[in-house]
Design a protein around this ligand. Structure first.
Ligand SMILES: Cc1cc2nc3c(=O)[nH]c(=O)nc-3n(C[C@H](O)[C@H](O)[C@H](O)COP(=O)(O)OP(=O)(O)OC[C@H]3O[C@@H](n4cnc5c(N)ncnc54)[C@H](O)[C@@H]3O)c2cc1C
Length: 283
């Protein structure tokens, strides 16, 4: 099997190619996920549209306090970016948690989000940070909050031929702390067995003013553990309250049995790692 490879330098050109070839075309950025699916015969496009030369899709910038990461920025660029580190060190950590340096040098932030594998690292952290992607199609541009982007395993709400141009991470409210923890008991470059991304802000009296808890790898999409958040909001985050919230996170997890563990084990690990993440935020 073979395909025609296109390398447009303008976004309009990329969109036009995807529109012209319809179901016969597939976009690629770093091609790390694409190549695995192609080799397994799960994708058989006649036209592949490479996005890496489209300059407007790259780069990382500060936009009035919001962090904007271009779709073709690699994980390595994001991990090492002073702007990302300044915005949220835990986000830099989530990018650095992806596989190996070799994969991070190739794989892009936009490709990761569009691939929508629930065991990936950045999606959970970006959802905890209330990020949204900017998506463009011949019909126009729209913002898609991450909570609406992920629909199912390897499935997003992007329309056919629609491209992510960037992910936008809003400014964090002053005093917000964030954590990303990845539990990978097999090898250091594996996908997570369970990951937890959390943000927490306390008011002057020490109570929790705002909190977000997102679980990765334990459901068809990253899961926002809203019951755990509700247990914490307005409360003093002492050890007992954090343990209660972590138990609720366990109940929110919806994992499957696979090579990384049984569903029951992953649920329990969701509790353990949520408790650890939350404790680190109030320490
Ligand atoms: C060996 C290995 C280990 C890995 N381990 C981890 C890990 O530990 N943690 C983790 O988070 N991830 C891991 N990954 C997944 C990796 O992060 C993704 O494969 C990668 O981020 C996808 O980015 P890409 O640029 O290579 O996408 P591509 O392979 O180019 O594309 C993937 C999909 O996204 C679509 N796409 C790409 N860019 C866009 C865009 N701008 N707009 C719309 N659609 C787009 C493509 O059409 C395709 O369907 C691993 C991958 C490999 C190969």
């Amino acid at each position: 099997m073979s395909y025609a490879y296109h390398e447009p330098s303008e976004l309009d050109e990329a969109l036009a190619l995807l529109a012209r070839h319809g179901d016969d075309a597939h976009a690629v950025a770093g091609a790390t996920a694409f190549m695995l699916l192609y080799r397994q015969g799960l994708l058989r496009p006649s036209h592949v549209v490479g996005l890496r030369r489209v300059r407007s899709l790259g780069g990382i910038r500060d936009d009035g306090g919001a962090l904007v990461i271009g779709a073709t920025a690699t994980h390595r660029e994001a991990e090492r970016s002073p702007l990302v580190a300044r915005h949220c060190a835990a986000l830099a950590r989530a990018f650095a948690s992806v596989a190996t340096v070799r994969v991070r040098n190739q794989a892009t932030v936009g490709g990761n989000l569009a691939h929508a594998d629930p065991a990936q690292d950045p999606p959970a952290m970006l959802l905890a940070l209330d990020a949204a992607v900017t998506a463009v199609s011949p019909g126009g541009t729209r913002e898609i909050p991450l909570a609406e982007l992920f629909v199912d395993v390897l499935t997003t709400s992007l329309a056919p031929g629609e491209l992510i141009t960037a992910v936008r991470v809003p400014a964090l409210a002053p005093g917000t702390r964030a954590a990303y923890v990845k539990f990978l008991p097999r090898t250091a470059d594996d996908y997570a067995t369970v990951s937890v991304a959390a943000t927490l802000r306390r008011s002057e009296d020490g109570r929790v003013a705002d909190v977000r808890v997102v679980l990765g790898a334990v459901g068809p999409t990253p899961i926002r553990a809203t019951s755990a958040e509700d247990a914490l909001r307005g409360a003093a985050p002492d050890a007992a309250r954090i343990a209660e919230a972590a138990a609720l996170a366990r109940d929110a997890a919806d994992p499957i049995d696979d090579v990384r563990g049984s569903a029951a084990y992953k649920r329990e690990m969701a509790r353990v790692w949520t408790e650890r993440a939350l404790r680190s935020l109030v320490a």
